[in-house]
Design a protein around this ligand. Structure first.
Ligand SMILES: [Zn+2]
Ligand SMILES: [Zn+2]
Length: 305
Protein backbone atom coordinates (compact mmCIF):
# COMPACT_ATOMS: atom_id res chain seq x y z
CA UNK A 1 0.00 0.00 0.00
CA UNK A 2 1.42 3.40 -0.90
CA UNK A 3 1.12 6.53 1.17
CA UNK A 4 -1.88 7.88 -0.70
CA UNK A 5 -3.81 4.63 -0.36
CA UNK A 6 -2.99 4.50 3.34
CA UNK A 7 -4.27 8.05 3.75
CA UNK A 8 -7.48 7.25 1.90
CA UNK A 9 -8.01 4.20 4.05
CA UNK A 10 -7.41 6.25 7.18
CA UNK A 11 -9.89 8.86 5.92
CA UNK A 12 -12.67 6.36 5.72
CA UNK A 13 -11.78 4.55 8.92
CA UNK A 14 -11.62 5.53 12.57
CA UNK A 15 -9.44 8.56 12.04
CA UNK A 16 -11.94 10.68 10.13
CA UNK A 17 -14.40 10.69 13.02
CA UNK A 18 -13.59 12.83 16.02
CA UNK A 19 -13.67 10.92 19.32
CA UNK A 20 -16.59 12.96 20.66
CA UNK A 21 -18.62 12.23 17.53
CA UNK A 22 -17.78 8.55 17.74
CA UNK A 23 -18.88 8.36 21.38
CA UNK A 24 -22.10 10.24 20.70
CA UNK A 25 -22.91 7.76 17.91
CA UNK A 26 -22.84 4.83 20.31
CA UNK A 27 -24.32 6.61 23.34
CA UNK A 28 -27.64 4.85 22.95
CA UNK A 29 -28.83 1.51 24.27
CA UNK A 30 -30.42 0.34 21.03
CA UNK A 31 -27.25 1.07 19.08
CA UNK A 32 -25.16 -0.90 21.53
CA UNK A 33 -27.73 -3.74 21.24
CA UNK A 34 -27.39 -3.67 17.45
CA UNK A 35 -23.60 -3.94 17.70
CA UNK A 36 -23.89 -6.77 20.22
CA UNK A 37 -26.43 -8.64 18.08
CA UNK A 38 -24.03 -8.52 15.15
CA UNK A 39 -21.11 -9.57 17.31
CA UNK A 40 -22.94 -12.60 18.71
CA UNK A 41 -24.37 -13.64 15.30
CA UNK A 42 -23.06 -17.02 14.11
CA UNK A 43 -22.64 -15.59 10.68
CA UNK A 44 -22.33 -12.11 9.24
CA UNK A 45 -23.77 -10.28 7.38
CA UNK A 46 -27.16 -10.41 9.13
CA UNK A 47 -30.19 -9.34 7.12
CA UNK A 48 -32.36 -6.43 8.24
CA UNK A 49 -35.36 -8.47 9.45
CA UNK A 50 -33.29 -10.94 11.48
CA UNK A 51 -31.25 -8.18 13.05
CA UNK A 52 -34.37 -6.17 13.91
CA UNK A 53 -35.88 -9.27 15.58
CA UNK A 54 -32.80 -9.79 17.73
CA UNK A 55 -32.54 -6.23 18.94
CA UNK A 56 -36.08 -6.01 20.36
CA UNK A 57 -36.59 -2.36 19.43
CA UNK A 58 -40.03 -0.84 20.08
CA UNK A 59 -40.71 -0.47 16.38
CA UNK A 60 -38.90 -0.95 13.12
CA UNK A 61 -38.76 2.78 12.36
CA UNK A 62 -36.84 3.37 15.57
CA UNK A 63 -34.57 0.40 14.81
CA UNK A 64 -34.04 1.63 11.26
CA UNK A 65 -33.03 5.07 12.49
CA UNK A 66 -30.43 3.79 14.94
CA UNK A 67 -29.04 1.26 12.48
CA UNK A 68 -28.66 4.12 9.99
CA UNK A 69 -26.64 6.11 12.52
CA UNK A 70 -24.23 3.22 12.97
CA UNK A 71 -23.88 2.38 9.31
CA UNK A 72 -20.68 3.69 7.84
CA UNK A 73 -18.38 3.94 10.78
CA UNK A 74 -19.35 1.01 12.99
CA UNK A 75 -21.44 -1.16 10.69
CA UNK A 76 -21.04 -1.97 7.00
CA UNK A 77 -24.05 -2.49 4.77
CA UNK A 78 -23.65 -5.15 2.10
CA UNK A 79 -26.02 -6.71 -0.43
CA UNK A 80 -26.78 -9.50 2.02
CA UNK A 81 -27.25 -7.45 5.16
CA UNK A 82 -25.17 -5.81 7.87
CA UNK A 83 -21.79 -6.64 9.36
CA UNK A 84 -19.51 -5.16 11.98
CA UNK A 85 -16.59 -3.01 11.02
CA UNK A 86 -13.45 -3.07 13.16
CA UNK A 87 -14.58 0.04 15.06
CA UNK A 88 -17.90 -1.67 15.91
CA UNK A 89 -16.08 -4.81 17.01
CA UNK A 90 -13.86 -2.78 19.34
CA UNK A 91 -16.92 -1.21 20.99
CA UNK A 92 -18.49 -4.59 21.71
CA UNK A 93 -15.21 -5.99 22.94
CA UNK A 94 -14.89 -3.09 25.38
CA UNK A 95 -18.47 -3.66 26.58
CA UNK A 96 -17.92 -7.41 26.98
CA UNK A 97 -14.62 -6.96 28.80
CA UNK A 98 -16.21 -4.36 31.04
CA UNK A 99 -19.18 -6.56 31.89
CA UNK A 100 -16.79 -9.20 33.18
CA UNK A 101 -15.29 -6.63 35.46
CA UNK A 102 -17.20 -8.05 38.43
CA UNK A 103 -14.04 -9.48 39.98
CA UNK A 104 -11.71 -6.52 40.22
CA UNK A 105 -10.50 -7.60 43.64
CA UNK A 106 -9.37 -11.13 43.17
CA UNK A 107 -7.75 -12.61 46.29
CA UNK A 108 -3.99 -13.10 45.93
CA UNK A 109 -3.06 -16.44 44.38
CA UNK A 110 -0.35 -18.41 46.12
CA UNK A 111 1.76 -20.11 43.48
CA UNK A 112 3.67 -23.34 43.97
CA UNK A 113 6.62 -21.63 42.37
CA UNK A 114 9.76 -20.57 44.18
CA UNK A 115 11.26 -17.08 44.14
CA UNK A 116 14.26 -16.97 41.80
CA UNK A 117 16.18 -15.08 44.46
CA UNK A 118 15.39 -16.64 47.86
CA UNK A 119 13.30 -19.74 47.16
CA UNK A 120 10.17 -18.66 49.07
CA UNK A 121 6.76 -19.06 47.42
CA UNK A 122 5.69 -16.43 44.94
CA UNK A 123 2.32 -14.72 45.19
CA UNK A 124 0.28 -13.32 42.30
CA UNK A 125 -1.83 -10.26 43.10
CA UNK A 126 -4.41 -8.72 40.80
CA UNK A 127 -5.30 -5.05 40.70
CA UNK A 128 -6.06 -2.49 38.00
CA UNK A 129 -6.45 -5.37 35.56
CA UNK A 130 -2.83 -6.35 36.02
CA UNK A 131 -1.15 -9.31 37.63
CA UNK A 132 1.99 -8.78 39.65
CA UNK A 133 4.13 -11.76 40.62
CA UNK A 134 6.13 -11.04 43.72
CA UNK A 135 8.07 -12.69 46.53
CA UNK A 136 6.76 -11.51 49.87
CA UNK A 137 9.81 -12.82 51.71
CA UNK A 138 12.60 -10.96 49.90
CA UNK A 139 10.56 -8.48 47.86
CA UNK A 140 11.89 -9.47 44.45
CA UNK A 141 9.39 -8.51 41.77
CA UNK A 142 8.79 -10.94 38.93
CA UNK A 143 6.90 -8.74 36.48
CA UNK A 144 3.54 -6.96 36.36
CA UNK A 145 1.49 -7.13 33.19
CA UNK A 146 -2.03 -6.54 32.00
CA UNK A 147 -4.59 -9.33 32.12
CA UNK A 148 -8.16 -8.39 31.09
CA UNK A 149 -10.75 -9.39 33.72
CA UNK A 150 -12.50 -11.60 31.14
CA UNK A 151 -9.56 -13.97 31.57
CA UNK A 152 -10.55 -14.66 35.19
CA UNK A 153 -13.90 -16.19 34.23
CA UNK A 154 -14.33 -19.96 34.64
CA UNK A 155 -10.69 -20.54 35.52
CA UNK A 156 -9.22 -21.67 38.82
CA UNK A 157 -6.05 -20.12 40.23
CA UNK A 158 -3.66 -22.44 38.38
CA UNK A 159 -5.52 -21.96 35.10
CA UNK A 160 -5.48 -18.19 35.52
CA UNK A 161 -1.74 -18.20 36.14
CA UNK A 162 -1.13 -20.46 33.18
CA UNK A 163 -3.19 -18.14 30.94
CA UNK A 164 -1.33 -15.12 32.32
CA UNK A 165 2.00 -16.76 31.55
CA UNK A 166 0.94 -17.48 27.97
CA UNK A 167 -0.33 -13.94 27.60
CA UNK A 168 2.94 -12.41 28.78
CA UNK A 169 4.91 -14.61 26.35
CA UNK A 170 2.59 -13.55 23.56
CA UNK A 171 2.71 -9.81 24.37
CA UNK A 172 6.51 -9.84 24.40
CA UNK A 173 6.80 -11.92 21.29
CA UNK A 174 4.68 -9.43 19.35
CA UNK A 175 6.46 -6.41 20.83
CA UNK A 176 9.88 -7.81 20.02
CA UNK A 177 8.74 -8.40 16.44
CA UNK A 178 7.82 -4.71 16.29
CA UNK A 179 4.02 -5.16 16.43
CA UNK A 180 2.00 -3.38 19.13
CA UNK A 181 -0.17 -5.93 20.97
CA UNK A 182 -2.83 -3.23 21.45
CA UNK A 183 -3.19 -1.60 18.05
CA UNK A 184 -0.75 -3.49 15.78
CA UNK A 185 1.13 -0.25 15.18
CA UNK A 186 4.92 -0.13 14.94
CA UNK A 187 6.73 -0.78 18.18
CA UNK A 188 10.13 0.61 18.86
CA UNK A 189 12.67 -1.25 20.99
CA UNK A 190 14.99 0.66 23.24
CA UNK A 191 17.58 -0.89 25.52
CA UNK A 192 17.75 1.04 28.78
CA UNK A 193 19.75 0.87 31.98
CA UNK A 194 19.31 2.20 35.46
CA UNK A 195 15.56 2.78 35.57
CA UNK A 196 13.15 0.84 37.72
CA UNK A 197 10.12 -1.15 36.64
CA UNK A 198 8.19 -4.26 37.63
CA UNK A 199 11.20 -6.46 37.03
CA UNK A 200 14.29 -6.77 39.16
CA UNK A 201 16.57 -5.74 36.33
CA UNK A 202 18.78 -2.74 35.78
CA UNK A 203 19.21 -3.62 32.12
CA UNK A 204 15.97 -3.83 30.20
CA UNK A 205 14.21 -3.46 26.90
CA UNK A 206 11.44 -0.88 26.64
CA UNK A 207 8.97 -1.28 23.81
CA UNK A 208 6.90 1.74 22.84
CA UNK A 209 4.20 1.89 20.18
CA UNK A 210 4.73 4.82 17.83
CA UNK A 211 0.99 4.94 17.18
CA UNK A 212 -0.87 4.49 20.50
CA UNK A 213 2.08 4.97 22.91
CA UNK A 214 1.36 1.64 24.59
CA UNK A 215 4.52 0.45 26.29
CA UNK A 216 5.89 -2.73 27.72
CA UNK A 217 8.99 -3.40 29.76
CA UNK A 218 10.99 -6.55 29.38
CA UNK A 219 14.12 -8.16 30.64
CA UNK A 220 16.54 -9.15 27.92
CA UNK A 221 15.60 -12.72 28.80
CA UNK A 222 11.83 -12.49 28.22
CA UNK A 223 12.61 -11.37 24.69
CA UNK A 224 14.21 -14.78 24.09
CA UNK A 225 11.36 -17.00 25.27
CA UNK A 226 10.17 -17.77 21.76
CA UNK A 227 13.62 -18.21 20.22
CA UNK A 228 14.20 -21.70 18.87
CA UNK A 229 17.81 -22.16 20.15
CA UNK A 230 16.53 -21.44 23.67
CA UNK A 231 13.46 -23.67 23.29
CA UNK A 232 15.57 -26.57 21.98
CA UNK A 233 18.21 -26.13 24.71
CA UNK A 234 15.47 -26.66 27.29
CA UNK A 235 13.87 -29.47 25.30
CA UNK A 236 17.21 -31.29 25.37
CA UNK A 237 17.02 -31.08 29.15
CA UNK A 238 13.49 -32.46 29.18
CA UNK A 239 11.81 -29.11 29.86
CA UNK A 240 8.98 -27.65 27.80
CA UNK A 241 9.74 -23.96 27.88
CA UNK A 242 6.30 -23.04 26.54
CA UNK A 243 4.55 -24.35 29.64
CA UNK A 244 7.20 -23.20 32.11
CA UNK A 245 6.09 -19.99 33.87
CA UNK A 246 8.44 -17.20 32.88
CA UNK A 247 8.72 -16.21 36.57
CA UNK A 248 10.46 -19.52 37.23
CA UNK A 249 13.37 -18.54 35.01
CA UNK A 250 15.87 -16.24 36.69
CA UNK A 251 17.13 -15.00 33.30
CA UNK A 252 13.57 -13.78 32.53
CA UNK A 253 12.96 -11.78 35.70
CA UNK A 254 16.38 -10.36 36.56
CA UNK A 255 19.57 -9.39 34.80
CA UNK A 256 21.72 -11.71 36.88
CA UNK A 257 22.59 -13.68 33.76
CA UNK A 258 23.36 -10.81 31.39
CA UNK A 259 26.68 -9.20 30.58
CA UNK A 260 26.99 -6.05 28.50
CA UNK A 261 30.06 -6.23 26.30
CA UNK A 262 29.36 -3.06 24.29
CA UNK A 263 26.81 -0.25 24.38
CA UNK A 264 27.48 1.29 20.96
CA UNK A 265 26.39 -0.82 19.25
CA UNK A 266 24.66 -2.86 21.93
CA UNK A 267 26.18 -6.28 22.49
CA UNK A 268 24.67 -8.28 25.31
CA UNK A 269 25.50 -11.80 26.38
CA UNK A 270 22.89 -13.84 28.19
CA UNK A 271 23.99 -17.09 29.82
CA UNK A 272 21.26 -19.63 30.51
CA UNK A 273 22.28 -22.54 32.72
CA UNK A 274 20.33 -25.76 33.10
CA UNK A 275 21.54 -28.87 34.94
CA UNK A 276 25.13 -27.85 34.56
CA UNK A 277 25.02 -26.91 30.85
CA UNK A 278 25.11 -23.39 29.53
CA UNK A 279 23.61 -21.72 26.49
CA UNK A 280 25.15 -18.35 25.75
CA UNK A 281 23.16 -16.04 23.49
CA UNK A 282 24.71 -12.86 22.10
CA UNK A 283 22.25 -10.11 21.23
CA UNK A 284 22.72 -6.93 19.22
CA UNK A 285 20.67 -3.82 18.53
CA UNK A 286 16.87 -4.35 18.64
CA UNK A 287 17.60 -7.53 20.60
CA UNK A 288 18.50 -9.44 17.45
CA UNK A 289 20.15 -12.79 18.17
CA UNK A 290 23.68 -12.66 16.75
CA UNK A 291 25.15 -15.94 17.96
CA UNK A 292 24.34 -18.82 20.25
CA UNK A 293 26.81 -21.23 21.80
CA UNK A 294 26.25 -24.28 23.94
CA UNK A 295 28.79 -25.58 26.39
CA UNK A 296 28.83 -28.26 28.99
CA UNK A 297 29.39 -26.85 32.41
CA UNK A 298 28.38 -23.54 34.00
CA UNK A 299 28.87 -20.14 32.38
CA UNK A 300 32.29 -18.57 32.50
CA UNK A 301 30.98 -15.00 32.11
CA UNK A 302 30.78 -12.92 35.21
CA UNK A 303 27.35 -11.38 35.91
CA UNK A 304 26.53 -7.86 34.77
CA UNK A 305 28.15 -5.16 36.90
ZN1 LIG B 1 12.34 -14.07 47.39
ZN1 LIG C 1 -0.18 0.60 19.73
Amino acid sequence: MDRLEAMELAQESAHCLKPAEAFSLIGNEIRVKILEALWYADEQPVDFTTLCGRVEADNSAQFNYHLGQLTGHFVRKTNRGYELRTAGESVVQAVVEGSFNAHPDLAPIETDDACTHCGSSLVATYSDEKFAIRCQACGRTHGKYSFPPGGLIDRDGDEILSAFNQRVRHLHSLARDGVCPKCSGQMQTEIVRGETCCLDADLRAEYTCLQCRHNLCSTIGIALLDQSPVISFYRDHGIDLRSTPYWQLDWCVSDDCTTVTSTDPWRIKLAITETGDTLTVTLGEQLSVLTTARAEGPATNSPAP
